[in-house]
Design a protein around this ligand. Structure first.
Ligand code: ADP
Ligand code: MG
Length: 232
């Protein structure tokens, strides 16, 4: 259980300032959500935190590590043990069962088969689809497939979840369930950071940000209802 703290983080792609210098903390046990137009820098932000992309400046503190200073291999190891990532097109493999989709990455990372099965069953149970492990992705709903992606991202020892527009493909009932689930993960101590367009997220969030042209701003409680109206 640890916060993620950014200190003066920025990212440029050539002349494009995708992220302006930014210092912020995403606390453990809290759901932080980020709203923002397409191209505003949201995916870039999640990618630098996940260690998938090196920031141009700054440090990203997690426990006693600066993620920005880790090697590619160290970042990959951190994603296996601590930081899970889930994207809208959750990369579920259709030829594998639900359980295998969660289990095989753990085994590929050196976990024993027995331990991987146990960890996968626990992760599927956490996202309330423990009964669907033997099904194939084509045999479950879109909302359930999104849960498989989340189970895969939180399986094992990971306690940080970075979610990039996870409700993009869901109807409002499944979106509500998804945000309830993200909130529930924070109750267990996880640090959850979610990029979304869905105003449903607001009522489940502990802190709400907007991203505009690479600038991240905290939206005060006072302004959230206005933002909510704006987003509807
Ligand atoms: P969002 O996720 O909010 O839609 P992105 O983080 O994907 O925004 O992109 C932020 C800005 O950086 C955009 O202007 C985008 O065109 C640019 N960008 C993203 N990835 C790259 C890249 N690999 N090379 C150059 N520019 C990029
Ligand atoms: Mg994006």
């Amino acid at each position: 259980m640890s916060a993620i703290t950014l200190d003066n983080v920025s990212k440029r792609y050539g002349d494009v300032h995708a992220l302006r210098p930014l210092s912020v903390e995403f606390p453990a046990g809290k759901l932080s959500t980020i709203f923002g137009k397409s191209g505003s820098g949201k995916t870039t932000l999640l990618s630098v935190i996940a260690g998938l992309l090196k920031p141009t400046t700054g440090a990203i503190w997690y426990q006693d590590k600066d993620i920005a200073a880790l090697t590619k291999d160290e970042c990959a190891a951190l994603r296996r043990t601590d930081i899970g990532v889930v994207f809208q097109d959750h990369n579920i493999i259709n030829e594998l069962t639900v359980l295998e989709n969660v289990r095989l990455p753990l085994e590929a990372n050196g976990m024993s088969r027995t331990a991987a099965i146990t960890a996968s069953e626990q992760a599927l149970a956490k996202v309330s689809i423990g009964h669907l492990g033997r099904r194939f992705p084509a045999e479950i709903s879109g909302g359930e497939r999104q849960r498989v992606g989340i189970a895969r991202a939180i399986a094992g020892t990971r306690t940080v979840l970075l979610a990039d527009e996870p409700s993009g493909a869901l109807d409002s009932e499944n979106s509500t369930k998804l945000f309830e689930l993200l909130h529930q993960l924070t109750q267990e101590g996880s640090t959850v950071l979610c990029v979304t367009h869905d105003p449903l997220a607001i009522q489940y969030s502990d802190q709400v940000f907007s991203m505009d042209a690479g600038v991240l701003s905290l939206i005060s409680h006072h302004d959230i209802s206005q933002t909510y109206d704006f987003l509807r």
